[in-house]
Structures are given as C-alpha cells and as structure tokens.
Design a protein around this ligand. Structure first.
Ligand code: GLU
Length: 305
C-alpha cells in the first residue's frame, strides 16, 4: 500500500472541512495557533515513516497525555488502580461533574479529566516531586526524542482558567479519592497537558501500543502485553469522551484526542498514527483530525472491524 499517496489524497479531501469547527477557547493560550494547520504522521512497526503537512510543528498534546499517565499508573499499580478509577465509557463531556457525584467521586475512566487527575494523584504518591519529570522521561523514552518539553504559557493559562478541573478535584478530595494536596496534583496534571509534541513524535511514542507493549524499534518492553491490550480497549471505548461511540463507528481504531487538536490512533500489529488540526467539533475532538482518520481507514481497510 502506498501510504504517502494516501496521505496526499487525505490532505486534499479534508481541505473543505478546515473551515469548520472552533479552537478551544476555555484555555486562552490554546487559541494562539493557526486554525488551518494540518499534519498527519504514520510510523509502521518496521520503522517506515510517512508524513504530510506540518508534521514537525509542536502543539499542545493536552489529553493525549492521559494515555501516558494511564500507562505509567497501570505499570505501577496493576489492577489496584481500578479501586480509584473505572474503565467504562462515561457518555458525558470531558469535564463533567454530574456523574462524579452520583458515583461517589470514582471517575468512570482514566481518559476523562477526573480520571486523569486521579491517575496523576496515584503517580504523585509514588514519584512525589519527580512525577512530572517521570512522565516526561517516559514520553521521551517511548518516542525516542529527547528534546520534548512543556509550554509554560499554556500551563499558566490553564492554571488560571481551569475552574471545572478545580471543581472536579475538590469533589474527589471530599470523597477521599485524592490522597495528595490538591494544588500539587492539579499543577502536575496541567503541566502534563501542556507538553508540546509533533505528530511525528507522538506517532513514535504510541508505537508500543501497536506492538503488544514493546517498542518495535528498540525492543524495549514498556508495558506487559496484557496491559497494552487493556490500554487499547480503554482508548477504543473511552478515548473521545461522549463521542467515543461515534469515533469507533467512523474510524474503527483505538484512539485518544486532546483539545489541542491532536488525535493518536493505533492500528494493532501494524502502525501508530497521529493527526493534528486544531479546530474542534462540539465534543472537543479535532474535527478535521477525525475526518482524516475516517478517510484513512476507509481507503486502507485498516480498521480493526
Ligand atoms: N487540559 C484540558 C483540560 O483539562 C484537557 C482536555 C482535553 O484535552 O480534552 O481541560
């Protein structure tokens, strides 16, 4: 299959959709991007790379960071993690408070904000002040790119506007589902969201999930085969908030989006994909990114279904 040709076709076919959607505005610093940017990267298990658009441009990975923190927490806690966070789809928006109260402060899954905040709390209980450093170290190692860092302006912007996240963490603290000091947890969570990466780096960083937990380019085991299966399952059922069903229906791959406009997707045993386009649909997922991935699986037949 000529993946480069397919990427070129996709770039042409998504053009009319670049006008649609809107930038995330609840984090002001996220609006400082070019709304018409588009990039897509594919890395196969044997290391072949295909890119289109601005695949070397950094963007804020936002909730894609939840895949890395879930992986690290699962590595450390195994099944015990599920005493604090579930693995069921929520059917609610990414920052919803409603369900959390009904369910006694136990978030539905690690890919909604409340769930990722709990995951960060679990990591802080192990890594203490080194938590952010350990998350970054994991990402650098998984992607094999050493220069990855975070954006201080986006971090500060989220810190001063993240009111819903503050409400979520305080509610969970009152249900005793947060062990550490709330400011420390929320700051670490926001820093993780502010990490900057390119589609090329993110596709590299996700390769282990397409290969039973082993980075195929270095042969390093990042997570066990069984845990890699679980992470992919949660990505498929929960990776796009209340649009997870729609993403599975249209794209048919495990995936995770972020409000920065990135989406990663896994083609098991074949490749990892990352697409970037910053304007979002109503559920907070990249509008063009979702369309591009839908075109990809339609053209290649590479959905898991
Ligand atoms: N930092 C964002 C928040 O917590 C992440 C949301 C997202 O990427 O979907 O609101």
């Amino acid at each position: 299959m000529n993946y480069q040709n397919i990427l070129e076709e996709i770039q042409e076919e998504i053009k009319p959709f670049l006008e649609e959607g809107a930038l995330a505005d609840y984090i002001p610093a996220l609006e400082n991007v070019n709304g018409n940017d588009f990039a897509m990267s594919i890395i196969t298990l044997n290391g072949e790379e295909f890119h289109i658009g601005c695949s070397d441009k950094n963007f804020s990975i936002q909730s894609i960071s939840k895949v890395f923190t879930f992986t690290l927490a699962l590595q450390n806690y195994g099944r015990k993690l599920y005493e604090r966070v579930g693995h069921e789809p929520s059917g609610d928006p990414f920052n919803s408070l409603v369900q959390l109260e009904y369910e006694n402060g136990i978030p539905r899954n690690p890919f909604i904000n409340a769930g990722a905040i709990v995951t960060t709390d679990r990591l802080i209980s192990i890594y203490k002040d080194n938590t952010f450093h350990e998350v970054l170290k994991f990402i650098k190692n998984a992607s094999n790119y050493n220069t990855i860092g975070y954006d201080e302006e986006i971090f500060k912007s989220e810190l001063s506007h993240g009111f819903m996240n503050l409400a979520l963490i305080n509610m969970m603290k009152s249900f005793k589902n947060i062990d550490n000091e709330t400011n420390r947890v929320i700051e670490t969570y926001f820093k993780q969201c502010s990490i900057l990466m390119t589609t090329k780096q993110l596709a590299h960083a996700m390769l282990f999930l397409a290969n039973h937990g082993v980075n195929p380019l270095t042969n390093e085991v990042l997570v066990s085969e069984s845990k890699a299966k679980r992470i992919n399952s949660v990505m498929l059922t929960c990776g796009h908030y209340d649009a997870s069903g729609d993403f599975a229906y249209r794209v048919g791959l495990p995936g995770k989006s972020g409000v920065g406009g990135g989406i990663v997707a896994i083609v098991p045993k074949k490749m990892a994909i990352c697409v970037y386009s910053p304007k979002l649909n109503k559920q907070g997922n990249s509008l063009v990114g979702t369309k591009a991935l839908e075109l990809f699986t339609t053209k290649t037949g590479l959905s898991i279904f």
